[in-house]
Design a protein around this ligand. Structure first.
Ligand code: ADP
Ligand code: MG
Length: 671
């Protein structure tokens, strides 16, 4: 059985199970083997019946001597068995599993694992795990037992059995030669796969994990490098002559001076535009670091060279805002602006000098727009996913536009290396001068009333506006009903405290028109306090909003909180962020960092250290590449594998197995 074959080639995996497995991203035999346990149960201490003591956890190997179903008067159905080994006898009880009488006939040798009853005078098992031993071999009860995350319809026991079968039949070929294995302390691939699931001993788990994590990260690096070289070799871009005078004049026309970081990043972009290879670059910069103006300058270059541009925003509201901003910035240059919505099918694009502004809904129509010199993706937190899909779209065409993605999600450099191996990265690591950091307080529950009073005072006296982010219930991408309910509850609660203020409610279940109405009212100051769910896009600029209140803030990553608070204090006035929490647990001290630190990347690094991956980006994790074995915070292994990838890349004649594997991945990437 080959690793790349479908899981349906494994005995006992029919169409229904194949479908279920697909839901957890398991399609091939290899995917299944990569589905690693999240913990192991230690059932290595196998006892004999005479050694058992009540009220403990134990594992025994016994023979069934008698088994019967009993139906009690209370309607309970229990199965009672008498089992024995050479040291004695004991009783075992199961509830509602009358079929066991048929499976465990007298004389059958079985292994049992479970909790021993505390009440009876001699130890007795109640509902233990059981399995029939064939040739004395155990999968579920004896030894080191792998435990897997399960999903509806798939039990850990079922997974365990199928993984064992896969390990038995699969032809696990080596990827690495001995030199690499020795150099990086790797096990043979088959040995690693076996030991990650059914370790011979506990100290075999770590080397197995290391081996598979190494392989996973290495292949990610190599995939990124291949994508990049493919882009370089096969795709042509427009060579854009950049008129330096024009850019200088544009910069002079701005009401402020560009920061050094903005200037540096713009310089990097200009170099890309001039080159034959189309740009494929990501700008990372904190909220408010001024990415838009950099993108505007880049678009101006492309327009001036006779091309059109597209800018994609994540929401219609943001698209509208971009339209306004760009029209203002680029007024003297006689540019056509077209707002393309998801619905319109035939926008009138004159031949040149057009900037098309749309949401991601126009993605599938990108190729309808001709003579596109630059696509800007204001992606917020979708992590390069869109960019990648556009890239693969253009592999086959003669000309590819330059691509520029912007993200405000602070990503530690080491992680960027894994996530964006195929992109060039520019970081705007400096805020415009005079920006006053948002004053942040972690406020205890007993001070809530006075906090509300203070907010009321600010709203009344200073005519400022406030945003209240509701309790965070569920981390679903699509705002689910629980979050909407939480928002409505919060709205009612807040209303009692702010009877004189005008309140608005914003959540993901509103239609986009309704959402825009609410935002529009807020921008026009017809709403004083906006109650909103956390996953809502508040990416719009509301210069007069200076207070943000975040409920259940302990559920967010520091980086996400930082992004949320970046929504306020965008005008001239001091911004304030009030963090409420729903518990008093020790990990709240983490939130204190927000009071002192105002740099998104540093906060992300701190969170990474304290909480580990998966949690850093909180609600904004979607689209984030998920690793199967490796830990994305393992910077040492990331660097180690990067070094190894660099030495392998370009030396593929020495690494056939890796090349073959990589080619398969690239085919999937192109689908
Ligand atoms: P983001 O990077 O979050 O997209 P924006 O591009 O929206 O940030 O910029 C935030 C605000 O900062 C805008 O009002 C913009 O006009 C202003 N801004 C941008 N660059 C500078 C600068 N160099 N000096 C002062 N203000 C700036
Ligand atoms: Mg922006």
């Amino acid at each position: 059985m080959h690793l790349s074959e479908s899981v349906s080639t494994i005995p006992g995996i029919g169409r229904a199970y194949t479908k279920l497995l697909e839901k957890i991203d398991i399609k091939t035999v290899e995917d299944l083997l990569y589905y690693v346990p999240f913990r192991y149960d230690d059932n290595t201490n196998v006892c004999r019946i005479s050694d058992l003591t009540a009220n403990t956890q134990a594992t025994v190997t016994v023979k069934v001597s008698d088994i019967n179903n009993i139906f009690t008067r209370g309607g309970k159905r229990l199965t009672k068995a008498r089992v024995e080994d050479e040291t004695g006898q004991m009783d075992v009880i199961w509830f509602n599993q009358t079929y066991l009488k048929k499976s465990l006939k007298p004389g059958t040798v079985i292994s049992l694992n479970g909790q021993l009853d505390q009440k009876s005078t001699r130890p007795q098992f109640v509902s233990p795990n059981w399995e029939i031993l064939y040739n004395g071999e155990s999968t579920h009860t004896r030894g080191i037992i792998p435990v897997y995350n399960t999903t509806e319809g798939i039990s850990a026991r079922w997974l365990r059995a199928k993984i064992k079968l896969a390990l038995k039949y699969a032809d696990i070929k080596e990827l690495f030669d001995n030199e690499i294995k020795r150099g990086y302390g790797l096990l043979n691939r088959a040995e690693a796969m076996r030991n990650i699931h059914f370790p011979e001993s506990f100290n075999k788990i770590e080397p197995a994990r290391h081996t598979l994590a190494f392989e996973e990260l290495l292949l990610i690096h190599l995939t990124g490098m291949s994508l990049k070289s493919k882009w370089h070799e096969h795709v042509n871009g427009y060579v854009i002559e950049v008129d330096t005078n024009l850019i200088t004049a544009f910069i002079k026309s701005l009401p402020y001076k560009l920061t050094n970081a903005q200037t540096r990043v713009l310089g990097e972009i200009v170099q890309d535009l001039k080159a034959e290879i189309p740009m494929n670059r990501l700008i990372q910069g904190d909220v408010g670091s001024g990415k838009t103006v950099v993108a505007a300058a880049a678009m101006l270059c492309a327009i001036n060279a006779g091309h059109n541009c597209i800018i994609l925003a994540p929401t219609q509201i943001l698209a509208n805002q971009h339209l306004e901003t760009l029209q203002k910035f680029l007024k003297p240059y006689n540019i056509n602006f077209v707002l393309a919505t998801g619905k319109t099918s035939s926008e009138k694009i004159s031949d040149a000098k057009t900037i098309i502004i749309g949401t991601h809904a126009i993605l599938h129509r990108l190729k309808n727009f001709t003579n596109i010199g630059l696509i800007v993706i204001d992606e917020q937190h979708k992590f390069g996913v869109l960019q990648r899909s556009i890239v693969t779209d253009y592999y086959t065409s003669q000309f590819a536009p330059n691509l520029l993605t912007m993200t405000a999600t602070p990503i530690p450099r080491s992680i960027a290396l894994v996530l964006y191996g195929d992109l060039d990265l520019s970081v705007i690591d400096e805020m415009p001068p005079g920006r006053i950091p948002v004053k942040t307080w972690l406020v205890e529950e007993n001070r809530r009333t006075s906090a509300y009073k203070w907010i009321k005072g600010q709203v009344e006296k200073l005519k400022t506006q406030a945003i209240i982010v509701c309790p965070f219930i569920d981390q679903s991408q699509y705002e689910d009903l629980k979050n909407v309910k939480a928002a409505k509850d919060e709205y009612e609660k807040v209303k009692k405290h702010f009877s004189k203020q005008k309140l608005g409610l914003l959540h993901g279940r509103l239609s986009s028109i309704e959402k825009e109405e609410v935002i529009d009212k807020f921008v026009k100051q017809k709403i004083d306090i906006l109650v909103t769910t956390p996953v809502i896009e508040v990416g719009v600029d509301i210069p007069n909003a200076n207070i943000i209140v975040i409920e259940t803030s302990e559920r967010f990553g520091l980086a996400s909180l930082h992004q949320l608070r970046g929504r306020v204090g965008r005008g001239k006035d001091q911004g304030y962020c009030i963090l409420f929490t729903s518990s008093n647990d020790a990990n709240l001290s983490r939130l204190k960092y927000l009071e002192k630190i105002h740099n998104g990347s540093r906060l992300a690094e701190i969170d990474l250290k304290i909480r580990g991956p998966g949690n850093i980006y909180g609600t904004q994790q979607h689209g984030f590449m998920s690793l199967r074995v490796a830990d994305i915070t393992d910077t040492n292994l990331i660097k180690l594998t990067k070094g190894c990838a660099v030495s392998i890349f370009g030396n593929f004649e020495k690494h056939h197995a890796i090349k073959e594997k990589l080619d398969k991945i690239m085919i999937i990437n192109n689908d």
